[in-house]
Design a protein around this ligand. Structure first.
Ligand code: ATP
Length: 338
């Protein structure tokens, strides 16, 4: 059942023609739309308000900052509507998700991975300079700008993700289905900041070079333990042909202590990014084979989480209706009283 309802969001349907669904998250869906007046195509993310309980005012304060964001590697946020659902109108990008593209490529090298990560770090350095922490950086939020072979990569979904209801995340056991990218200090419930994004870039870099995640368990609490201990390895044979420079880069990003962890500026000057240290050897076959396997596992897990989220919302909406009926009955009996 789509989250979007014409009845609830008439201001949006007055301005935009809504088209196909582009993707779904645990509490959201993204649809393609066309601005009626100009014909400009945009993407509209529809977030179920129930996932934002208590965080609504905070967003109002931040929206002014988010709308100022303007960087070649960051998806622009044009408008925000707050009604039954929250709708953010964004720049539409058409090149698809990061891993899907890598899997379908013919050739892929460390140099390609280094160039992708450089763009992501530049976007983050910019966001961090504005005081914006992404907090939910993951491959699904890295989208190609266009289908062309030399398309740039874009960071999407910044800023808004941190408005999610922490309690609801706990109930689902994960930060919206993607605990694998979350920094250890977040799981430890310690105060955290920009460094969490750099950790996630470390995890994404790791996957880009071998095709599978550094931490994995079917069981979330086991997965959390692995992350909190920072337990990962450069396993043989998958990492045998990867440069020492790449491994050194990843170790500085996936550094357990956020104070010792590289910041974006340091990461951008690491030789794997800034000098010619990334190897030019085709690693497509092994990486894409592993990526296919991991993507299948993660998609299955995400589907389960989306189903759990829908169930939770149905229960909470039934409770809400029940409460409304009770209130109405009380009012009716009060007004019927002599
Ligand atoms: P969550 O917010 O629950 O973490 P998510 O990040 O997994 O969810 P969404 O942000 O809802 O997912 O996006 C779902 C999918 O919609 C993306 O993976 C992408 O394929 C597509 N999408 C998101 N933003 C855009 C955009 N600006 N242009 C084109 N497609 C987009």
């Amino acid at each position: 059942m789509p989250l979007f309802s014409k009845k609830h969001d008439a201001r949006v349907t007055a301005k935009y023609n809504l088209k196909e669904v582009l993707g779904k998250g645990a509490f959201s869906e993204v649809v393609k739309a066309e601005e009626k007046a100009t014909g400009t195509e945009v993407a509209i993310k529809i977030i179920d308000k129930k996932s934002l309980k208590g965080k609504e005012e905070a967003l109002q304060n931040e929206i002014a900052v988010l709308q100022k964001v303007n960087h070649p590697n960051v998806v622009r946020l044009f408008e925000l509507y707050d009604d039954k659902n929250r709708l953010s109108v964004m720049e539409l990008v058409t090149g698809g998700e990061l891993f899907d593209r890598i899997i379908s490529k013919g050739s892929y090298t460390e140099k390609d991975a280094s160039s992708l990560i450089r763009q992501v770090l530049e976007a983050l350095e910019y966001l961090h300079s504005l005081g914006i922490v992404h907090r939910d950086l993951k491959p699904e939020n890295l989208l190609y700008f266009s289908p062309s072979d030399d398309s740039k990569i874009m960071v999407s979904d910044f800023g808004l993700s941190k408005m999610q209801d922490d309690e609801q995340m706990d109930q689902l056991g994960t930060a919206c289905g993607t605990p694998g990218y979350v920094a250890p200090e977040v799981l430890r419930r310690k105060p955290y900041g920009k460094a969490v994004d750099v950790w996630s870039v470390g995890v994404i870099s790791y996957i880009l070079l071998c095709g599978y995640p550094p931490f994995y368990s079917e069981n979330d609490s086991e997965l959390f333990k692995q992350i909190m201990k920072g337990e990962y390895e450069f396993d043989s044979p998958y990492w045998d042909n990867i440069s020492d420079s790449a491994k050194d880069f990843i170790s500085h990003l996936m550094e357990l202590d956020p104070k010792k962890r590289y910041d974006c500026e340091q990461a951008l000057t690491h030789p794997w990014i800034a000098a010619d240290k990334a190897r030019d050897v085709n690693i497509h076959e092994s990486v894409s084979a592993q990526m296919r396997k991991s993507a299948a596992k993660l998609k299955w897990k995400k589907a389960m989480l989306v189903a759990a989220a829908i169930k939770m919302m149905q229960i909470s909406s039934q409770e809400h209706k029940h409460q409304e009926t009770q209130e109405q009955e009380q009012q009716d009996s009060a007004s019927a009283a002599p």
